[in-house]
Design a binder for this molecule. Structure first.
Ligand code: FAD
Length: 286
């Protein structure tokens, strides 16, 4: 199924991101996790590609196949290009097409000292153009409600997104954010620029104190004062912190759905208990 078609059928698409295991020994436990996550009615599940340079690329396609063939849910494997050659990308596309995969989230990838950039790709739009030319896949791309950290200005960032859409991306998936106001302002800048495609809002429930600093470092998301106060109140109380994180993300998502977001992209960190609690809190709106 072409994931783009979902946005025509549903007022708000509900999607999940999962990531492959960092070590081979963890593969089985990831499949158990996927089985549990598959009990929830996600419209599709995206699968990261060597995010953070963990060297687990081979599992992205394998997990996408498992989601499609064993769980019966549409997968959206991610694919990065910065440290790949055109030949390697062509091989990845062959492998995905042979497995019946129809959708790809096309990304540049983060800079990673252990996988230096190659010559063939500079931006995600270069990869999107190649996948469009290939012709076998629906393409999604990434966006940043608070701007990409390397962008010189919000305007330059929006122009980069316009290039991705022109190259063939059908919808955008946002980096996580905690302040819905930033998403709404970003959306209005996009619409003013004439970018009318669906934009999924990325939401991550923060349920452990140590998750917060890592998340902020990786995403550059800003932390609203009410959220930091809430989390500070439950320091030293793991269950209280967990509940407060679920509550904040649930309220954030409810506001986004009521505010007309095209989709929610849930970053539940491969935790079925987190995904289930969030789903239960928002199911009436979906
Ligand atoms: P691009 O769209 O190429 O943008 C990168 C920078 O270049 C931006 O600052 C942009 O404004 C600028 N730019 C783009 N085009 C031009 C141009 N033509 N001229 C000048 N400037 C330009 N990383 C992984 O390694 N694996 C994953 O699975 C993964 N999944 C992700 C999923 C989502 C939803 C998001 C939001 C991010 C994900 N990332 C992942 C991280 C992503 O790879 C990084 O954020 C990366 O730094 C940028 O990727 P991009 O596709 O947005 O790049």
């Amino acid at each position: 199924m072409d994931i783009g078609a979902l946005f025509k059928k549903k007022p708000c698409v509900f999607a999940l991101e999962v990531f492959p295991p960092k070590r081979d020994s963890r593969v089985e436990s990831v499949y158990n996790t996927l089985d549990k996550l598959g009990e929830l009615p996600f419209d599709y599940v995206s699968v990261t590609y060597s995010a953070g340079g963990s060297g687990n690329r081979a599992y992205t396609g394998e997990i996408a196949r498992y989601l499609k063939d064993k769980i019966g849910i549409e997968p959206l494997p991610h694919l990065t290009c910065l440290s790949s050659s055109r030949q390697e990308v062509a091989e990845e596309l062959e492998g995905l097409a042979a497995s019946g995969i129809k959708n790809i989230l096309a990304l540049r990838g983060d800079r990673n000292p252990s996988a230096p950039p190659r010559e063939d790709y500079r931006y995600a739009s270069d990869l999107i153009a190649d996948i469009t030319a290939d012709g076998r896949f629906y393409i999604a791309a990434a966006c940043y409600a608070e701007g990409h950290p390397e962008s010189p200005s919000p305007e330059a960032d929006i122009e980069a997104l316009a290039r991705k859409i022109e190259a063939g991306a059908g919808h955008l998936v946002s980096q996580l954010f905690f302040d819905n106001g930033r998403y709404y302002r970003f959306l209005s800048r996009l619409r003013k620029r004439g970018i009318t495609c669906p934009v999924e809002a990325g939401v991550m429930p923060v349920v452990r104190p140590e998750q917060l600093s890592r998340t902020l470092a990786l995403s550059s998301a800003s932390l609203p004062a009410d959220f930091s106060k809430l989390l500070a109140r439950y320091e030293g109380d793991p269950q209280g912190f967990f509940d407060a994180g679920i509550d904040y993300a649930s309220r954030q998502i409810r506001d986004l759905i009521e505010g007309g977001a095209d989709g929610i992209h849930l970053y539940a960190m491969n935790r079925p208990s987190v995904a289930r609690r969030i789903y239960e809190n928002i199911a009436d709106l979906l």
